[in-house]
Design a binder for this molecule. Structure first.
Ligand SMILES: Nc1ncnc2c1ncn2[C@@H]1O[C@H](COP(=O)(O)OP(=O)(O)OP(=O)(O)O)[C@@H](O)[C@H]1O
Ligand SMILES: [Mg+2]
Length: 429
């Protein structure tokens, strides 16, 4: 009988800018079976700073194990998985590995732990950090902080990203990209960068297959969100020659580069990617774990109205996040990854409630407003504010900071001008 190869790797889980130890994380793979386990350190459990870093863990001693609930889920606990590279980052890492394997056929296949550790420590999302037993932060590039490029180097990152998308990248392109914090979650080509003010930001590039200016569309959506009373990540377009890059400020770092703990709604709800989960469950989780629950559930309802009216239908649970305030209490993170989808049906991915199903019209939202702490008069006031902001989309789109051209507006119009806008308009009369 063949011996099943087994792999075991242990790292230290730490938190924050100073890297306070939190626990130890073990990854085990035996044949095709994989799992991970986290054990909080006694010192962390006794510390006044202690809190439960991920909703699927408990603040207690002993190993707490985790395995993937489905093929599409992570082997790691929710908040740790939130720091792992998703599609785009994995693509860069896997391509680099495949190239190196050609030169060195003995190189073992990548494990989920390798992907997790391939993320740049400097730009890893949230406050969780991983350290090898020998004390090395994972992953640290040779020149540390300087591996995150300043705005001025963005063109090189973009050209290398383009090459990866086309499949004609060089080994240097990949090595360069891997140091550049490309390993954030998500599908689209992007990197982290240091903005002109010295703060960490995300640069999102146009993708080879884009039929419209997706990056300007995202900046437009984030600006409209702010006008609609939504706390949204700050965004602007930076031109690389003709190429519009969306530069979005990171909300998980403070003024002094401190790291703010983060977990996605998927983590907070302990959701599998295969389940249909709903906003009323997010509201329940906010009530159970929130620092300012009354405000946040109302803010959530406002975002639901906004998403419907701009046809942002990519509202999966990784696209909603929470930032830790203190003592295990969390606040809704600023809105991010919101985009108008003019070519899609207006139907949310996350359901309104288990009974209601996906959000398709404003009537459903009004009927459930009370669950989010709004009476009908308050809900109508929110509708009026969001409607007014969205109705102004053409003007914002043409503004210098978004920079869409008049001829491009037709590409986006179906996302902003539709029967739901008309419906709100008539409701408000
Ligand atoms: N402004 C921000 N500050 C901090 N973290 C962020 C910010 N924007 C995004 N993130 C983190 O990076 C991840 C990827 O970003 P984003 O969702 O914008 O990318 P995407 O490629 O468009 O994703 P998707 O696969 O959902 O289309 C998010 O899931 C979130 O964890
Ligand atoms: Mg996303």
């Amino acid at each position: 009988m063949a011996v099943v190869a087994s792999i075991r790797r242990q790292v230290q889980l730490c938190i924050g800018k100073v890297g306070l130890p939190v626990g130890s994380l073990v990854y085990v793979r035996q044949g095709r079976r994989e799992n991970s386990a986290l054990a909080y350190d006694e010192d962390w459990l006794a510390s006044t700073a202690r809190f439960n870093v991920s909703a699927d863990l408990q603040l207690m001693a002993g190993h707490q194990s985790h395995k993937a609930a489905s093929l599409h889920d992570s082997v790691f606990h929710g908040a740790i998985a939130d720091t792992a590279p998703d599609a785009w980052g994995r693509r860069v890492i896997a391509r680099d590995h495949a190239k190196r394997r050609k030169g060195d056929p003995q190189l073992p296949a990548l494990t989920e732990m390798d992907y997790l550790l391939a993320v740049d420590d400097f730009s890893r999302v949230g406050a969780l950090r991983l350290r090898d037993p020998d004390g090395t932060w994972q992953r640290t590039t040779t020149d540390g902080q300087r591996s995150t490029p300043p705005l001025i180097e963005l063109e090189r990152v973009f050209l290398a990203s383009r090459a990866v998308e086309r499949g004609d990248e060089t080994a240097e392109d990949l090595r360069y990209l891997q140091g550049k914090g490309t390993s954030l979650g998500g599908m689209r080509p992007k990197c982290t960068l240091i903005d002109e003010d010295g703060r960490l930001a995300i640069g999102k590039f146009p993708s080879v297959g884009d039929a419209r200016s997706v990056t300007r569309g995202e900046v437009l959506a984030l600006k409209l969100a702010a006008l609609a009373g939504i706390d949204a990540a700050p965004a602007r377009i930076v031109l690389l020659g003709e190429v519009p890059v969306a530069v979005i400020g990171r909300f998980d770092r403070d003024q002094a580069d401190g790291r703010i703990p983060y977990q996605s709604a998927a983590s907070l709800l302990q959701a599998s990617r295969e389940d249909d989960r709903s906003y009323t469950e997010i509201a329940d989780a906010i009530r159970a774990n929130g620092y300012a629950p009354a405000q946040d559930v109302r803010q959530l309802w406002r975002r639901l109205v906004f998403n419907l009216l701009i046809t942002n239908v990519d509202d999966h649970l990784q696209n909603h996040g929470f930032l830790h305030v203190a003592h295990g209490q969390w606040r809704l993170a600023p809105a991010f990854d919101i985009n108008p989808f003019p070519d899609k049906e207006r139907e949310s991915k996350t359901w309104l409630s288990e009974q209601d199903g996906p959000i398709t019209d404003v009537g459903m939202l009004l009927a459930r407003a009370a669950y989010f702490g709004l009476d009908q008069a308050q809900a109508r006031a929110v509708l009026a504010e969001v409607h007014a902001a969205v109705a102004n989309w053409r003007q914002v789109a043409l503004s210098a900071e978004v920079g869409l051209r008049q001829v491009e507006l037709d590409d986006f119009a179906p996302a902003f001008e539709h029967e739901q806008m008309a419906q709100v308009d008539s409701l408000l009369r």
